[in-house]
Unconditional design. Structure first.
Length: 202
C-alpha cells in the first residue's frame, strides 16, 4: 500500500460507564467481530495488538470490535497518567499496519460457542432460551456496544436468564443497574416466563 496517499490514522477516546475502562476509537476498521481478552494468555494466542497492550503493566483487559479498542486498566493507575501513552501506542500500531487478530480466532470461538449453543437450546426451555437470545441480540447489544462493551446470552434456567458482560461493561458498577432495570424489565415484559436476570463472570 502506498502510505503517502493513505489517510492518517485518527484516534480519540470516549468515556464508558465503567471508570476503569476507556474506549479508543479509530477511523479504521480493526476487526469485524468481537474479541474479548480478559486474560493475557488468550491475547497472546490470538491477538498481536492485544498482546502489545498487555505488555503494559497497567492493562487489565482488552476488547476489540469494529473500529475501537476498549481497555480496562488496573485500578491502581490513573487514566491521566497512561491515556496518552496508550493512544500513541495504538495509533502507531495501526499506522504501521500491525496485525490486529490472527486468522482462525473467529472459527475457534465459534466452535466453542456451537458447543454451548447446543446445550443452551436443548430441553424443554430451548424455545424460550432462543427467544431471549434474539431479544438480547436485537435490542440490548447495540446499546451496550455504544458504551464500548458487549453482552452475551449464556443460558436460561428455571425462570433465570444468565448473561455475560464484556468489554467496558465487565465489572462496571452501572452495568448491574442496566441489567436489573433495563434488560430484566424488558425481558419480563416480552417473555413472561423470565423472573430474573443474572450476570455471570467470565
Amino acid at each position: 500500500m502506498n502510505t503517502a496517499t493513505a489517510s492518517p490514522v485518527m484516534l480519540y477516546t470516549e468515556q464508558t460507564p465503567n471508570p476503569e475502562s476507556l474506549k479508543f476509537v479509530t477511523n479504521r476498521m480493526l476487526y469485524r467481530g468481537t474479541a474479548d481478552f480478559r486474560e493475557e494468555a488468550l491475547a497472546r494466542e490470538w491477538s498481536p495488538l492485544a498482546s502489545t497492550l498487555f505488555d503494559q503493566p497497567f492493562v487489565k483487559g482488552v476488547y476489540i470490535t469494529n473500529n475501537f479498542v476498549s481497555i480496562t486498566k488496573e485500578f491502581n493507575y490513573e487514566w491521566a497518567d497512561i491515556m496518552l501513552k496508550l493512544k500513541d501506542l495504538i495509533k502507531k500500531y495501526v499506522e504501521d499496519g500491525g496485525e490486529i487478530m490472527k486468522d482462525g480466532y473467529a472459527d475457534a470461538m465459534q466452535a466453542l460457542e456451537a458447543d454451548r449453543v447446543a446445550e443452551q437450546f436443548s430441553g424443554e426451555d430451548g424455545e424460550i432460551a432462543q427467544r431471549i437470545k434474539e431479544l438480547i441480540d436485537t435490542y440490548v447489544k447495540p446499546a451496550v456496544e455504544m458504551d464500548g462493551g458487549n453482552i452475551e446470552f449464556q443460558r436460561y434456567e428455571k425462570g433465570t436468564v444468565y448473561v455475560m458482560m464484556q468489554g467496558s461493561c465487565s465489572g462496571c458498577p452501572s452495568s448491574t443497574v442496566t441489567l436489573k432495570s433495563g434488560i430484566e424489565g424488558m425481558l419480563k415484559r416480552m417473555v413472561p416466563e423470565v423472573q430474573d436476570v443474572v450476570q455471570e463472570m467470565g
